[in-house]
Structures are given as C-alpha cells and as structure tokens.
Design a protein around this ligand. Sequence first.
Ligand SMILES: Nc1ncnc2c1ncn2[C@@H]1O[C@H](COP(=O)(O)OP(=O)(O)OP(=O)(O)O)[C@@H](O)[C@H]1O
Length: 262
Amino acid sequence: MNRQRRIGPPILTVEDICLSFGGVKALDRVSFEVREHEILAIIGPNGAGKSSMLNVINGVYHPQEGSVTFMGKKRHRMRPHEAAAQGIARTFQNIALFKGMSVLDNIMTGRNLKMKTSFLEQALYWGRARAEEIEHRRKVEEIIDFLEIEHIRKTPVGRLPYGLQKRVELARALAAEPQLLLLDEPMAGMNVEEKQDMCRFVLDVNDEFGTTIVLIEHDMGVVMDISDRVVVLDYGRKIAEGTPEEVRAHPAVIEAYLGVAH
Ligand SMILES: Nc1ncnc2c1ncn2[C@@H]1O[C@H](COP(=O)(O)OP(=O)(O)OP(=O)(O)O)[C@@H](O)[C@H]1O
C-alpha cells in the first residue's frame, strides 16, 4: 500500500509552545501538526527539548504559553490520565514496566482505562465483570500475537533481554488502543537486529491498526527509513520540518548536528 495515501488531516496541533524550567527554556515557541496515520519523528541533539515536547503532549508538563489541540479539542491543563483517556499512549526512554510481573500481566495493566466495571461491580455482578475480562484478554492476546511475544507471555519482565522489554512496553501502550502513540527512543540501546525488529513492528502497528505515531529517535538511519515527516528541535526551537530527505539536506540541521558554534 502507498503509505502517503493513508495520511489524513491533522489530529494533533501544538501551537507556540513555551516551556521553561527556572531559567532554562526547554521549548521556545514550538508549533507543528501531526496528521492522522502518519509517523512523525522528532529529532535533535541532546537537550534539544524532544522529551519535554512528548511530556507536553501527554499532559505531564504544562507549558507556560501555547496550546495543544487533540482531535479537535483544545486543551488547557490536562493531566496524563486525561490525555490517556482521550487516546494518547506513551512509552518511555527508560523502560517503565513492573519487572516482577509477567509479560501478560504487564500488558493487562495497559487495559485499565478500558475497564468499565468497578471493584464493587466486580463483586456484585460477577458475570458481567467476567465477560468484560474475557474481552480484555482477547484484545491482549491479539497484541501478543501481533508482536510475536507468545513464547514469553508468562515470563517476569525483569528476566527478559532489553530489546524484548521494549517490545513489551510497546504492547502495553497498544493495549490501550490509542489513536496517538508517543514513543520515546524506542530503539535506544538495541543491537542492529533488535532495531530492525522494532522498526518492522512500528511500521506494522501504523499500517494494521492505523495508529498515528510520534517518535523520538537518535538513529538517523531509522528516522530516514520509517518516518513520513520529521520535526527538528535544537535548543528548544524548531529549526526544520519536512520529509526525511528535506530535513537531511537542510543547512540548519547539518549545522546543529555537526555542532557548529551558534
Ligand atoms: N523536569 C525538568 N526540570 C528541569 N529541567 C528540565 C526538566 N526536564 C527537562 N529539562 C531541561 O530542558 C531541556 C530539554 O530537555 P529534554 O529532556 O526535553 O531534551 P531532549 O531533547 O529530550 O534530550 P535527550 O536527547 O538528551 O533526551 C534540557 O536543558 C533539560 O535539562
């Protein structure tokens, strides 16, 4: 399928975002759009503001200025669980899983937001809660199949190699059936083979589930291979935006990456 043809109108718009920590300007008037079904990479040197941008999108940080509009709703002060309820899921630079719990149970935690029955209802209406649990399990098993982690479903996450833990984190994020998936360095620390696998899964998630993806990535090869568009940050400012080819040839990007003095 021609990937470009699936890309729709913007589902996320960040406008003039300013975020400071004391005297440090992490983001300085950053604006861009994310279109439905696309894979957008945010790149930039260390400390450029990439993680801060993801934290603004999913409500962890509240910018001093600017606005975030997701699926037509302009947000004022939204907390992370509200962003999640709206359909934004996220993985982290440092894996944030329950290391002692099995792969299956970790992925089930990603279904929490989808669970309708409360603890009391579970006690009072056992049948309904049971039916709901079966449906959650079915969805989780579908994701386990999709990400090819069937063989480790019972294994405690802490015992898995790093690359597989990253895949479990992706599975947990997918369990929430997000419209927008934010991936913070999904290939960091991986070997070549693990990176290739992760690239394939990110592309498959985008193709099969239609999930819109924003990812931070340092490996330019990966960025060039999988993203539809790229936003480049440097010292908190957006210095370029475009297709991977356009961005790679952009003088400001070359300068930022070569470390030429500002
Ligand atoms: N919670 C915080 N408190 C204080 N300063 C922060 C905080 N979060 C980020 N910063 C600062 O904001 C700037 C941007 O940081 P951010 O982590 O967003 O950059 P990044 O591009 O993701 O970097 P890296 O590639 O190293 O992960 C940095 O100067 C950082 O020190």
